[in-house]
Every structure is written in structure tokens, then in C-alpha cells.
Design a protein around this ligand. Structure first.
Ligand SMILES: NC(=O)c1ccc[n+]([C@@H]2O[C@H](COP(=O)([O-])OP(=O)(O)OC[C@H]3O[C@@H](n4cnc5c(N)ncnc54)[C@H](O)[C@@H]3O)[C@@H](O)[C@H]2O)c1
Length: 335
């Protein structure tokens, strides 16, 4: 067995795929997740995929006493920190919830890591830190612009904290738009309530759980007028975390704080995504065009060449594969 890695939020969408990947690569995984946006059944499903049950603690990362005990009971070598609140719209309505969970949560985690002498942390950041970019594709040297939501602001503040804490080795991974599900059909995106992201909304519409998809605006300056995003497969994204942790475990970081963009480098419009979903899954979706949504960025896609070169990571899976796996996952939920 390789080193023990603590994964906060390890039962969530990206966390669960990363835990499965870490276990398959031979790591001992310890999960801390308070189930605020995930289901305990994910633990069994990860176990089915990997034949190994990860250690699991149903704790809030803000509970310093509980978290200290986890560090005392396991010989943790690195932390991958996914646990956060992530709904952009909700963050506008409840900013304090977001600053508390995302920013105070990180500070609390870092304090306990410091006490335990653990230096390595991989942090879930987001392309939202770029706001509305001046030029495309967006590289790590593109300016960080004023955030368009409290959620985006929490990611900027967390990155600043990590950059300032030079006694840690931190890697911030700026994800573009992760979608899709594990090839086993056992884990995928499992939002509680109305999905805030497009693909789970689409799959729930296709399954008859929601009436209709409303596309937020078709008058943008893009090929068909709908917004452009850089969608990447969640299992590709999960692998980047393993590469990042391995960079830390082998002491290869050039700086105490490093940033990597993670995307395909290719943008798709919302309409292209819908058409592709219909085609690969042989389905018809019910959708119509609504007004623009406040805070939406017109178009964004990644320059991930730094991750390609330095982490040795690149995406493998196509949009077709992403949308097929997302639908297979939805079907497995309905069974
Ligand atoms: N999904 C995306 O599109 C996306 C894009 C960019 C960045 N991110 C970031 O990636 C990370 C993971 O995202 P995800 O899509 O897997 O989200 P998710 O909600 O599916 O997973 C987050 C997990 O963290 C847990 N959690 C939340 N607060 C916690 C706390 N205080 N203590 C313990 N557990 C807690 C939740 O129960 C959930 O299982 C988040 O930090 C998110 O902001 C996500």
C-alpha cells in the first residue's frame, strides 16, 4: 500500500472519482465528508469499484477536534481538499455560508495540518477566478478578475491564503467544467435538490424528472449565440489530482504555491452540448430559450499546456463519451 491521502469531500462528485482513482493507484484513502451534498451510498459504490473500502469519517471540516483526531489516527502524507459549497446562485443569496464553509473551512484545515506537520495540499479551485477573460484561451498568467459571485470570491481568497502560507506545498487546480460519470455506472454527479449545473439538469429532464431545459440566452457573441464552456470528463479530472499529489510526494514543486488549469482547451456551446447529448443517447430533449442569467460569462476555455507539460496530464475523453456516461449514470439511478 502506498501513502495515506486525506480527501475532504471525498463522497462528492469529483471527490468520489478521485478516491476511486487513488485507490486503484494503490493509495490508502481517508475521507472526511459531512454528507451535506452527498449520499453515504457513494462509499459502498466506491468500494464496489475498487474492492477496497476507504476509511470514512462523517465530520465537518470546520470541526477542529474531530479533524485533529483523523490526523492522529492516520499517517497522512497529503490532503486533497474538495469539501466546499459550490452553488453560484446560492452563494449570492447566502454569502456568509460560502465564506464560512469555503474560507474558514480551509483555514481550519490548514491549522490542523500545520499542527500535525503535514505540508502537502491540493486545492479545488475553479476557472471562475478569471471572471470574464480578456483573451482566450485562458492561461494561468491571465489576470484574476473581480469575482462575479461570492462563490468565485471564496476560491480567490482561498488561493491567496495558500499562496501566503509558504510553509505549505500547495497546488491549486483550476477546473473548467467537469461532467460525465465513472465508466462503471456506480458513481456520478448526485446533486441534492434542483441541479445547479447543466448536465445533471439535462439528464434529469431526459429521465422525465424535470419538464424542460431553459437555455439562458442565445444572443451572445458565439457561433450559435449560447454560452461556451470547456467541458472535461470527471475521470480525466480525477487523474490530475493523482498527478498533483505525486508531484508533492516526490518533492518536485518549483514553488510553494503552484496553479494549473484543467480543461480540454476546446469550447462547446450549450446548444452543441444539447445536440451532442441527443445524438449519442438517441433521445430528444425538451428545451427553450430564456433570458440571459446574471453573472454568466459569455465564453471561456482553457489553455492547459502547463498541466500537459509539468504534470504530464491531458484529457483523453471526448464530449460524446462524457455525455454518454452521464446518461448511463442517470439510468442507473432510476433502476
Ligand atoms: N463541479 C464543478 O463544476 C466544479 C468546478 C470548479 C471547482 N469545483 C470545486 O471542486 C470541489 C468539489 O466539487 P464537486 O462538484 O465534487 O462538489 P460536491 O458538492 O459534489 O462535493 C463536495 C463534497 O464536500 C462535502 N462537504 C461540503 N462541505 C463540507 C464540510 N464543511 N465538511 C465536510 N464535507 C463537506 C459535501 O458533502 C460533498 O460530498 C468544490 O470545492 C468545488 O467548489 C467544482
Amino acid at each position: 500500500m502506498k501513502e495515506s491521502i486525506l480527501v475532504t469531500g471525498g463522497l462528492g462528485f469529483i471527490g468520489s472519482h478521485t478516491v476511486a482513482g487513488l485507490q486503484q493507484a494503490g493509495y490508502d484513502v481517508v475521507i472526511v465528508d459531512d454528507l451535506s451534498n452527498s449520499d453515504i451510498s457513494v462509499l459502498d459504490n466506491i468500494t464496489k469499484i475498487t474492492s477496497v473500502k476507504p476509511h470514512f469519517y462523517n465530520y465537518d471540516i470546520n470541526d477542529a477536534g474531530a479533524l485533529s483526531k483523523v490526523f492522529a489516527d492516520h499517517s497522512i502524507k497529503a490532503v486533497i481538499h474538495f469539501a466546499a459549497s459550490k452553488a453560484v446562485g446560492e452563494s449570492v443569496l447566502q454569502p456568509l455560508k460560502y465564506y464560512h464553509n469555503n474560507v474558514s473551512g480551509l483555514i481550519s484545515l490548514l491549522q490542523i495540518m500545520e499542527n500535525a506537520g503535514i505540508k502537502n495540499i491540493v486545492f479545488s479551485s475553479s476557472c471562475t477566478v478569471y471572471g470574464t477573460p480578456d483573451a482566450l484561451p485562458v492561461s494561468e498568467s491571465s489576470p484574476v478578475k473581480k469575482a462575479t459571485s461570492p462563490y468565485g470570491a471564496t476560491k480567490q481568497v482561498c488561493e491567496q491564503i495558500l499562496e501566503d502560507c509558504k510553509n505549505f506545498n500547495s497546488i491549486a487546480l483550476r477546473y473548467f467544467n467537469p461532467i460525465g460519470a465513472h465508466e462503471s455506472g456506480l458513481i456520478g454527479e448526485l446533486p441534492k435538490g434542483v441541479p445547479a449545473n447543466l448536465v445533471p439538469y439535462i439528464t434529469q429532464c431526459a429521465a422525465g424528472l424535470r419538464d424542460k431545459i431553459i437555455i439562458h440566452g442565445d444572443d451572445y457573441n458565439t457561433s450559435d449565440g449560447t454560452c461556451v464552456r470547456d467541458y472535461l470528463h470527471v475521470t480525466d479530472l480525477a487523474l490530475a489530482h493523482i498527478k498533483a499529489v505525486e508531484r508533492q510526494l516526490s518533492a518536485k514543486q518549483d514553488n510553494t504555491f503552484e496553479i494549473f488549469n484543467l480543461g480540454t482547451g476546446h469550447g462547446s456551446t450549450v446548444l452543441e452540448l444539447i445536440t451532442c447529448f441527443e445524438k449519442v443517447n438517441n433521445l430528444k430533449l425538451n428545451y427553450s430559450i430564456g433570458p440571459r442569467r446574471e453573472g454568466d460569462v459569455e465564453k471561456v476555455w482553457a489553455d492547459s499546456s502547463k498541466a500537459n507539460t509539468i504534470l504530464g496530464w491531458k484529457t483523453e475523453k471526448s464530449l460524446e463519451e462524457m455525455l454518454k456516461s452521464a446518461w448511463q449514470w442517470q439510468l442507473s439511478l432510476n433502476r
